[in-house]
Design a protein around this ligand. Structure first.
Ligand SMILES: [Zn+2]
Length: 389
């Protein structure tokens, strides 16, 4: 390292356990950041500033003004320009020692493995499910550690997935993408810029630890940050022996383009027209309070209580007597619900269940309702024995 580099990195070199050896490992490392957006911006800025030797980036889009509040790589003057070029210019300003490799393409099933092979680690800054599953599958097939990050409204998630090191993959946690439109994107749901900054920075931190070889890789741990309730939760994610990608008998052994159709993220949500038609003539409001739902369960005609959360959430706690169908499986499984009874759908905070209730109404379940505030509200208002998370 040159005296200039020693000076530049001195405050991390003096960290116990990091030292010049850690810095040298970073210098020799190749990190790929997928996307120059809300997560990719802070992640790539910190990786570049820290002196990662080669920084690759996959990005095909242009800078848009409504993304600037979280995509801090890009300036107002770059609106309308290539995000990749804007990112490269900014990262070179931050640290001219870093070799920047831009991949000016959409990540596809055809190019993902070829690109991933060139790197030691992949940082996922994608913002849609099709790309997220593609990144997960390609990283696992290339045996590259994957730093996963995702944000939704006030919630962020971070994990290191490395099935080749014995940990689970993203599919162990969420086997299949949710149905098109079941989960709103940032454009519909909103997001705090600083939350993207928090999650992207944690991704950079995880990648640096991994590349420098310090700390234990947090395999099988999903960290969740709730920016509104100011709470961090850590979930243990076991490896799923039946995982289609990293299980004992995997069915996903190559990247089939059909599996990652972009339509999976671009498809519209159930339209308002559908919802309005399905609720026309119905007196039942879309949401029901925990108190009212509790009363209804004692009725002569009690509702079916449908839990649309993920299995690992149900394990934490559920409402007695519930039926469990994760939201992503609802399009295949809704026919198993009785049509002659009211349905009260619940999730964690009432967002997924609202989508599910809208979906059910569009399928003719005129009395489907969403439990406002989700199981969290149930726990505070009705049954404190149900754990909050
Ligand atoms: Zn897996």
């Amino acid at each position: 390292m040159t005296p200039e580099e020693l000076q530049r990195y001195s405050r991390q070199i003096i960290l116990p356990g990091f030292g010049t050896a850690g810095q040298q490992r970073l210098r020799g490392a190749r990190a790929l950041v997928v996307g120059a957006g809300g997560l990719g911006s802070p992640a790539s800025i910190y990786l570049a500033a820290a002196g990662v030797g080669t920084l690759g980036m996959v990005e095909f889009d242009t800078v848009e003004r409504h993304n600037l509040h979280r995509q801090i790589l890009h300036s107002d003057a770059a609106v309308g320009r290539s995000k990749l070029e804007s990112a490269e210019a900014r990262l070179r300003e931050i640290n001219p020692h870093v070799r920047f490799t831009g991949h000016a393409d959409r990540l596809t099933a055809e190019n993902a493995r070829r690109i991933f092979k060139e790197y030691d680690i992949v940082v996922d800054g994608s913002d849609n499910f099709a790309t997220r599953y593609l990144v997960n599958d390609a990283a696992a097939l290339c045996r590259k550690p994957l730093v996963y990050g995702a944000i939704f409204q006030f919630e962020g998630q971070i994990a290191l997935f490395a099935p080749h090191l014995g940990g689970p993959c993203y599919r162990c946690l969420f086997p299949e993408p949710p149905p098109p439109g079941a989960v709103p994107n940032c454009a519909e749901a909103g997001v705090f810029g600083a939350l993207a900054g928090t999650v992207g920075s944690l991704q950079a931190l995880l990648a640096m630890r991994q590349l420098a070889g310090i700390g234990e890789p947090p395999l099988g741990q999903l960290m969740r940050f709730d920016a509104l309730r100011w709470r961090t939760t850590r979930f243990t994610v076991p490896k799923n022996e039946n995982c289609a990608l990293c299980g004992a008998a995997p069915s996903i052994t190559d990247l089939d383009p059909a599996r990652y159709a972009p339509a999976a993220c671009a498809a519209p949500t159930p339209t308002n027209a559908d919802t309005m038609n399905s609720t026309a003539g119905s007196e039942t409001p879309m949401e029901i309070t925990a108190e009212a739902a509790h009363d209804r369960l004692a009725d002569d005609d009690p509702p079916v209580l449908l839990d649309v959360r993920e299995p690992f959430e149900v394990e934490i706690g559920a409402i007695d007597g519930h039926r469990h169908i994760p939201l992503r499986q609802l399009p295949e499984a809704y026919e198993t619900l009785p049509r002659d009874r009211p349905v009260v759908v619940y999730c964690h905070h009432g967002m997924r269940s609202l989508r599910a209730a809208e979906f059910l109404r569009a399928k003719g379940f005129a009395r489907a309702q969403s439990l406002a505030g989700g199981i969290d509200r149930w726990s505070t208002a009705i049954d404190p024995a149900v754990p909050r998370y």
